[in-house]
Design a protein around this ligand. Structure first.
Ligand code: MN
Length: 192
């Protein structure tokens, strides 16, 4: 299977000023594209020739895992944003956040802590567990929570390449601003 870089569901400048078109040019156009290109170079001749991205993430190790997971993680990250502003958790998702974290504000505070405290490169995630409840985890490098039996619902990329052009070393400012971009109508559809 040949993997492709998916199109962004918005214009390159749609996320400004939080994520500039310059960051899109590099983060989507170079980094994300490179994971796709590398994966397509690694898979031929392996057991994963006919596997989906998700199947590769669940089983592979080393470079194939890292590139497959980074392709998936970035697509999931980009698709969680939109040019809309000011959406908020609603309906069933809001009920679940209130049930499992107390309030939306508490949820966002805990998510921000996970994102800021992830040492080095990685990701912060809102996940749904097998029992249906929500949780927050952070993962290092390319790691994806589905490998631990958790369903990803929302993610924030905290690799420096995600924010350095716009926020330099100020990861907390990027993480705080990230919420302006989240399209909660999209996120709500990911709940199982
Ligand atoms: Mn990234």
């Amino acid at each position: 299977m040949t993997f492709q870089l998916p199109s962004l569901p918005y214009a390159p400048d749609a996320l400004e000023p939080v994520i500039s078109s310059r960051t899109i040019e590099f983060h989507y156009g170079k980094h994300h594209q490179t994971y796709v290109t590398k994966l397509n170079g690694l898979v031929p001749g392996t057991d994963f020739e006919n596997s989906t991205l998700e199947q590769i993430i669940m089983k592979a190790e080393g470079g194939i895992f890292n590139n497959a997971a980074q392709v998936w993680n970035h697509t999931f990250y980009w698709e969680g944003f939109s040019a809309k502003r000011g959406t908020a958790p609603a309906g069933k998702l809001l009920e679940m956040i209130n049930r499992d974290f107390g309030t939306v504000e508490t949820f966002m505070t805990k998510f921000n802590e996970a994102a800021v405290n992830q040492f080095g490169s990685g990701w912060a995630w809102l996940v749904q567990k097998n029992d249906g409840t929500l949780g927050i985890v952070s993962t290092g490098n390319a790691a994806n929570p589905m490998r631990d039996g958790l369903k990803p619902i929302l993610t924030c990329d905290v690799w420096e390449h995600a924010y350095y052009l716009d926020f330099q070393n100020r990861r907390p400012d990027y993480v705080n601003a990230f919420w302006q971009l989240v399209d909660w109508d999209c996120i709500a559809k990911r709940i199982g």
